[in-house]
Design a protein around this ligand. Structure first.
Ligand SMILES: [Fe+2]
Ligand SMILES: [Fe+2]
Length: 393
């Protein structure tokens, strides 16, 4: 299958229908690795696919041209979902010349041995014939080597990981699929891969503005192509980079004998009764990557754990570790939990939330064994403090 996306430019990528885990992030809808073939004086392939799907890439190219005739390969990003087909492709088309950033050359040579690479940087232009490729480095979106390629003749931005979504569909364009699903997956992708890079992504968005790129279409390396709504995904990235939130509180917890869960439900009821959107997520039932996508637009976070073996519950520790790396910002956070005799979990969680530079309500709330009527009143007061702060922000 090859799909025309612009004059003489085709999607020739691969669909990974059964992918359910992308380095620890649950991809419930699968994924795609998008490659693009430009038929010009120089036949140019932009990015490859995960090596397990090389056969699909070659078959898609073969509908249009013999893969041996490829002249140029643009490697926008060396992560293996885009680069691991390069060694086999080089065996099939040994005269291919690769264009990549300096950082990409270091990584490609480490991964695959010495390859014929010409390094490029922001502002460099590669003539293909009637079309040219303009390169724009986007370090850390998603690795130090990353870049985008822009074709001014078509207003086409080949954005690699930026603006992607992990979703496998038989359709290639944003106007052919359920947009709410696509935006949800774009948010989940941002929340789980890019949150900690928000300032750098903001710089990249500013660079796009400075270069005055006229963008008619954004073709990322994952998911659907933004043909009709490129402005929507750029606007969403601007919101996500600035950590724009709404009146929404997450109550995330795990529980042993339902005492921490009882606290969680009192918090939930109090928040909902105040007219604020809230969501209850138990960690043994909810994957950390789904928690992160729910957290993207949440303003408040209650994180709860019972004390077990003088520490927090393992599923809660897993989430804390994941959040520490992704660094979501501008949240009001608080810890809660039950204990039997020592009660270390809540102060440990409070410290962890403070170390993430969140705005933390201190101290958290601790309940021995099971909430009694006094405890329930304390919990409602604690929730009211969150409500006041949520409404004030
Ligand atoms: Fe990547
Ligand atoms: Fe990728």
């Amino acid at each position: 299958m090859s799909i025309l996306i612009k004059d003489n430019i085709y999607w020739v990528g691969a669909i990974d229908w059964n992918l359910r885990d992308f380095h620890g992030y649950v991809t419930g809808r699968g994924a795609t690795y998008n490659s693009y073939l430009i038929l010009d004086d120089k036949i140019t392939l932009v990015d490859t696919v995960k090596s397990t799907l090389l056969g699909d890439l070659l078959a898609n190219i073969s509908h249009l041209v013999d893969p041996q005739k490829i002249d140029y390969l643009i490697c926008n990003h060396i992560e293996k979902d885009h680069s691991s087909s390069i060694p086999d492709l080089m065996r099939i088309a040994p005269n291919v010349k690769i264009f990549a950033t300096k950082m990409a050359r270091i990584g490609l040579n480490k991964y695959y041995g010495n390859l014929p690479i010409e390094t490029v940087k922001t502002g460099d232009i590669l003539k293909l014939g009637k079309k040219v490729l303009q390169f724009i480095e986007i370090p850390m979106i998603h690795w130090p080597d990353s870049m985008m390629s822009y074709i001014p003749q078509d207003g086409l931005l080949l954005s690699n990981d930026a603006f992607g979504q992990h979703i496998a569909t038989s359709k290639r364009f944003d106007d052919e699929v359920n947009r709410a699903d696509v935006m949800y997956e774009a948010g989940k992708y941002f929340a789980n891969l890019l949150t900690h890079l928000a300032p750098l992504i903001q710089n990249a968005l500013n660079k796009i503005d400075e270069l005055k790129l006229s963008i008619d279409m954004i073709a990322p390396s994952h998911g659907v192509i933004w043909r009709s709504f490129p402005g929507d995904i750029i606007a969403a990235y601007r919101d996500w980079c600035s950590f724009t939130t709404r009146e929404k509180v997450l109550i995330i917890y795990d529980t042993m004998w339902q005492a921490t869960e009882t606290i969680a439900k009192i918090l939930l009821d109090t928040i909902i009764n105040a007219g604020i959107d809230a969501k209850l997520l138990k960690l043994r039932e909810t994957h950390r990557s789904d928690v992160m996508s729910e957290l993207l637009d949440a303003r408040g976070l209650f994180l709860g754990s019972p004390t077990i073996h003088r520490t927090m519950f393992p599923t809660v520790a897993d989430l804390v570790c994941y959040m520490q790396g992704l660094k979501p910002q501008k949240k009001i956070a608080a810890a809660f939990g039950s204990f039997g005799w020592s009660g270390e979990a809540v102060p440990m969680l409070t410290d962890a939330l403070k170390n993430m530079d969140l705005s933390v309500i201190e101290p958290g709330i601790k309940v021995q064994y099971m909430p009694d009527s006094d405890d329930k009143e304390r919990i409602r007061t604690f929730a009211s403090d969150m409500i006041a702060r949520i409404k004030h922000q």
